[in-house]
Design a protein around this ligand. Structure first.
Ligand code: SF4
Ligand code: SF4
Length: 165
């Protein structure tokens, strides 16, 4: 189904935003999953490395130079559309790291096991919370890093807590 009908990125959209396999092997890198034509650009200013740009029409989707991105994740917090993620497939072993925006409270704790969801909200499996970034300096959306199997790193885009204290 097209994302025009259900709002979920389709295969064509994903191919357009996915870093190359070669770049993915080199270290953490951004995936800007923003394909709607909307007048928005905080991601451009958020990236001090100049990896994200919107030339000309403000409604255009951002262009990303994955070679300039170091995977810092700052742009995740700046995006009002919750459309930016950082994936690290370069780790040794079977697991990858996915950094994602998370706007629910209370935030999860480091080390907590959460239930992972895909872009459609369907359950994928479970993940360990590696880091929670809620720094005042971000001033916007907290960022949560999850440890997920590499085979799921391109699909895990949200999570729910198993228990809320
Ligand atoms: S992750 Fe960091 S370097 Fe990469 S695009 Fe976002 S702000 Fe720029
Ligand atoms: S800030 Fe987010 S929603 Fe706005 S253009 Fe950038 S990626 Fe798209």
């Amino acid at each position: 189904m097209s994302h025009r009908r259900d709002g979920i990125l389709d295969e064509k959209n994903l191919r357009a935003v996915r870093p190359s396999d070669e770049r993915l092997k080199q270290g953490p890198v951004v995936m800007v999953e923003c394909v709607e034509r909307i007048p928005c650009n905080p991601c451009v200013a958020a990236c001090s490395k100049g990896a994200i740009s919107i030339e000309g029409d403000l409604n255009d989707s951002p262009a990303v130079d994955h070679a300039l991105c170091d995977g810092c994740g700052i742009c995740i917090s700046a995006c009002p559309g919750l459309a930016i993620f950082v994936v690290d497939m370069s780790r040794e072993g079977e697991d990858a790291t996915v950094m994602l925006p998370y706007e629910f409270r209370p935030l999860p704790d480091k080390g907590e096991t959460v239930t992972t969801l895909d872009r459609a909200g369907e359950v994928i499996g479970e993940a360990k919370v590696l880091r929670v970034l809620d720094a005042k300096a971000l001033d916007r959306t907290p960022i949560v890093s999850l440890e997920v199997p590499k085979s799921q790193a391109m699909d895990v885009r949200h999570f729910v807590r198993r228990e809320t204290p």
